[in-house]
Design a protein around this ligand. Sequence first.
Ligand SMILES: Cc1cc2nc3c(=O)[nH]c(=O)nc-3n(C[C@H](O)[C@H](O)[C@H](O)COP(=O)(O)OP(=O)(O)OC[C@H]3O[C@@H](n4cnc5c(N)ncnc54)[C@H](O)[C@@H]3O)c2cc1C
Length: 158
Amino acid sequence: MRKLVLRYDQAFWRGSDFGWLGQTDSPSGLSVMDCSDLMDKLCVLAVFCGGTAAMALEGLSDEAALAKVMDVIEPILGPGVRNPVTVVQTNWTDHPWVGGGYATWPKPWDTADPWAPMRASHDDLHFTGAELASVYPGFIEGAIRAGHETAARIHDGG
Ligand SMILES: Cc1cc2nc3c(=O)[nH]c(=O)nc-3n(C[C@H](O)[C@H](O)[C@H](O)COP(=O)(O)OP(=O)(O)OC[C@H]3O[C@@H](n4cnc5c(N)ncnc54)[C@H](O)[C@@H]3O)c2cc1C
């Protein structure tokens, strides 16, 4: 997964056919979405490059990756997309902890519940987080549920 956050002075795509989300088949795995605030005070597009799209960018510098992404999203959003005020790019593809994705998988694989030590409290310190969820681990839904599960354990004295 590689993600680019592009901030603009204005949400120039308002009123266009773009709507809020664009996806491509070439390469597949690239989506660009409007992540601006409701008042358009912060005008932001986020580009997610996963799977084939991330592989197409493999080994490229941030600058080269940005240039390639611009070539893909300009037909969707028009030439204004090439003038962001700021660009923040994050690349998880070589991250040693996440193995290319953006959520952490526990090891060793042959342990029944490798997260168990994180679910136990240590000196009354309790952990929670998306990865600890019993369902939807690695997603927002998992983060919320893990919070509820940890709160319930504290409530039950666990
Ligand atoms: C590129 C990308 C795309 C994603 N897409 C989706 C999606 O489409 N749908 C979906 O459901 N999920 C998606 N996720 C996953 C989702 O965002 C995460 O699973 C979720 O946000 C994790 O929530 P969390 O509360 O466990 O951790 P986080 O959201 O990571 O929160 C941890 C917080 O702790 C703070 N922190 C860290 N260390 C300290 C410290 N020492 N002191 C104080 N604060 C600290 C961090 O700054 C952070 O704010 C995506 C994630 C990424 C990276």
